[in-house]
Design a protein around this ligand. Sequence first.
Ligand code: H2U
Ligand code: ZN
Length: 338
Amino acid sequence: MLDWKQDPHRRFNPLTREWVLVSPHRTQRPWQGQVEEVAAEKSPEYDPQCYLCPGNPRAGGVRNPDYTSTFVFDNDFAALKPDTGADRFERGGLLLAESEPGICRVVCFSPKHNLTMANMETEDLRVVVDTWVDQFAELGERPIVNYVQIFENRGAMMGASNPHPHCQIWSGHSLPNEILKEQNSQRAWREDRRACLLCDYLRLERASRERVVDENESFLALVPFWAVWPFEIMLLAKRHMAAMDKLNRAERKGLAEILGAVTARYDRLFRAPFPYSFGFHQRPTDGQPHDEWHLHAHFFPPLLRSATVRKFLVGYEMLAGPQRDIAPETAAERLRET
Ligand code: H2U
Ligand code: ZN
C-alpha cells in the first residue's frame, strides 16, 4: 500500500484535467541552489517616490488624487486597449492570430504604502472586496469584455513592481487558457452529474479536514489535493455562485476575513513578507448565466522551504509536467499550525 504523504505518485487536477507529480521524499535532498534576499527593511506609510501613493505623479504625468480609501485607475501601460479593432490572421491552419481588445486597471487597496492584506483591518479589506465587485460588474457589462481577471502579484520575486498594496484587473474579449480549461471541466461535470464540481469538492474537503487551513461562515481556505505550488491555497465560496456579484453582505465580510487570515498565516510561516500571485476565477461576462462556474480564488506562492529558497517550474516541469516535493497534507498542516 502506498503512503500518499511519502511515496512518489501523481494526482489529478479536475479543474484543469492535468496531472501533478508528487515526490514528498525529495524534501530530504540537500540544497545548494539560489538563495534569495529577504526584504527586511520597513517601509514608511507614505513614500514620495511611489507612483501609487496619494498625491504622487505617475508615468505620463498624471497625478494621483489625495485618496483616502481604495483608488482605481486605468493602467498607464495597459496590456489590452479598448479601441483595438477586430481582425484575424490565418495561414494553413498553423499560423493563427486574433485581435484582443480590453481594459486594464490598477486598484490601490489603501493610501498607506506599508500595508498588505495581512495587516489591513477587516473593514478596510471589506472595502477592497466591494471595489472588486464594482469593477467586475462595471467592466463585465462592456460589450468588448467577456472575462475579467482580478489578480495581485505580491513581492519582487513574483514581479510586483511596487510594495504599495495594489492589484491589477485585466479584462479582455476572449477566455484566457486557465479559464477555458476550468470552464470546460466545470461544464462537463455539470452535464455528467447534474452537480457543481467545486460544491462536490468542498463537501469532500469539509468532511476530511486534512487539507483545510481556514474556514468561516462563507469561505473555506484549503491546500488543494492537486496543488502544484508548495503552499498553494484555494479559497472556495461555500454557497454556490458563479461570480462575486452574487456575494451578499455577510459573504463579502467573510471574504475579507479569510483573506486577512490566510495572508497573515503566509507571513508567519517563514517569518517574512510572503510573495505570491493571487487571483479570482469566476464566470465569464459574456451574457450567459454560466451556472457551471463556482467562485473561487487561488494563491500561488513560490517559496519552498524557507523565505530564501524558492521553487521554480523548470527542467522536468517545463518539459514534462508540474511536480511538487512536499505533500499537500503536510503543507496544510504547517499552515494550520502557524
Ligand atoms: P505590478 O506591481 O503587479 O507590476 O502592478 C503595477 C502596475 O502599475 C503595472 O501594471 C502600472 C504598471 O503598468 N503602472 C501604471 O499604470 N502607472 C505608473 O506610473 C507606473 C506603473
Ligand atoms: Zn505608495
